[in-house]
Design a protein around this ligand. Structure first.
Ligand code: NDP
Ligand code: MG
Length: 357
């Protein structure tokens, strides 16, 4: 496989699965965590390596080191592996997804931002979901046609906070996720519920189903539910660990135990709650966004700028979703008609969000 984002949360879990099932790692792509990448290079002996910058590349002693976005694309083109695991974070992951597909490769996709920003221009036949809810949906669907699909949300760091306190929460508080250990960006996206909004778009494009919604299940044991026309609903349950979705995305069928099974008596009870727009203001644009899913590019670009500002201490937590909603309203006619227009709109929204607020 070609592994993009090898030093991240999904990337390191992917390497655990690769090691256990003897899957050859042909290329490792990371950003700036050179110390960890060096260990990975020694262990997995990849043919190609790529890092974020030229300076970082100089720190590596390897015959084929590339850098930057062009470097990532070059590695995808040169490497012969049929599978690209895209575990990059953010809009940076989009070009690698489309180039991998152009090369005829299958993309095991963790980088949901690819679909959020440009789902209309990505053929889902080349994709395998790594997101736990989408893996759950795929597992349940088994080739059948759904009537409705539901994904669950943990509720993130502020699920049980008094609503009045959330707007002034700190970065450390937003990074304190109750159930999952993940990278910083997706953990903040979980606190605002933007992650779940993105997952609705991800499901929309991946499975072509328009009747899709989310509910809070605080234990993160039930990941997805599919309702069929006959009135039956099936649910996928598993302990919260990304290694199960990753193993399926890499191998399609898994006959060995990956996780300990769910112990129902230990779980005891399950509760489901609606997502309250008072607590999660981003949820106010859900219906409109689902009716115009191509506008995901605007939400994604604004969200990436807003998260950058929040992490840098330039805006409080409460302004994060406000900025995204403002951008969504301001760019209400921005509907990309091609992949290139996705990049143009992304750049325009970022420029505006940098100076607004
Ligand atoms: P992390 O932040 O843990 O990892 C991101 C990876 O991308 C790191 O390897 C990082 O490298 C690399 N990277 C960042 N910038 C660059 C760059 N400029 N060039 C090359 N590589 C770069 O994120 P996660 O693993 O949590 O998430 C990855 C994706 O998977 C996201 O889209 C997320 O939404 C999705 N996802 C994650 C889940 C999870 O459980 N973590 C669950 C479902 C989906 P470095 O650290 O070396 O700088
Ligand atoms: Mg998820």
């Amino acid at each position: 496989m070609i592994l993009l984002g090898s030093t991240g949360s999904i990337g390191t879990s992917t390497l655990e699965i690769a090691e256990r099932f003897h899957i050859r790692v042909e290329a490792l792509v990371a950003g700036s965590n050179i110390a960890l990448l060096k260990e990975q290079i020694l262990r997995f002996q990849p043919c190609y390596v790529c890092v974020a910058t030229e300076e970082a590349a100089k720190e590596l002693d390897h015959p084929r080191v590339f850098w930057g976005e062009e470097g990532i694309l070059e590695v995808i083109r040169r490497a012969s592996s049929a599978i690209v695991v895209n575990a990059l974070v953010g809009f940076l992951g989009l070009r690698p997804t489309t180039v991998a597909i152009e090369e005829g490769k299958t993309v095991a996709l963790a980088n949901k931002e690819s679909l959020v920003a440009a789902g209309a221009f990505i053929d889902p036949a080349y994709l395998r979901p790594i997101d736990s809810e989408h893996f759950g949906l795929w597992y349940l669907l088994n080739g059948r046609t759904p009537e409705r699909m539901t994904v669950t949300a943990s509720g993130g760091a502020f699920r049980d906070w008094p609503i009045g306190k959330i707007a002034s929460a700190t970065v450390d508080e937003a990074l304190n996720h109750p159930n999952w250990s993940m990278g910083a960006k997706i953990t903040i996206d979980s606190a605002t519920m933007t992650n779940k909004l993105f997952e609705l778009l991800e499901a929309r494009w991946m499975f072509g189903c328009e009747r899709i919604d989310a509910v809070i299940e605080p234990k993160s044991v039930v990941h997805a539910l599919v309702e069929f026309r006959d009135g039956a609903t099936t649910a996928q349950m598993a302990n919260p660990d990304m290694k199960l979705p990753i193993a399926y995305a890499l191998m399609q069928e898994v006959e060995e135990p990956i996780l300990p099974p769910v112990d129902l008596l230990e779980v005891g009870s399950l509760t489901f709650r609606p997502i309250d727009p008072e607590r999660y203001p981003i949820w106010r644009i859900k219906e409109d966004l689902l009716a115009h899913p191509e506008r995901g590019v605007v939400v994604n670009a604004a969200n990436e700028v807003a998260i950058g500002k929040f992490m840098a201490g330039r805006i409080p937590f409460g302004e994060l979703s406000k900025l995204v909603i403002e951008a969504y309203e301001r760019f209400d006619d921005a509907v990309p008609r091609s992949l290139e227009e996705v990049f143009e709109i992304d750049a325009a929204v970022r420029r505006w969000c940098e100076t607004a607020r």
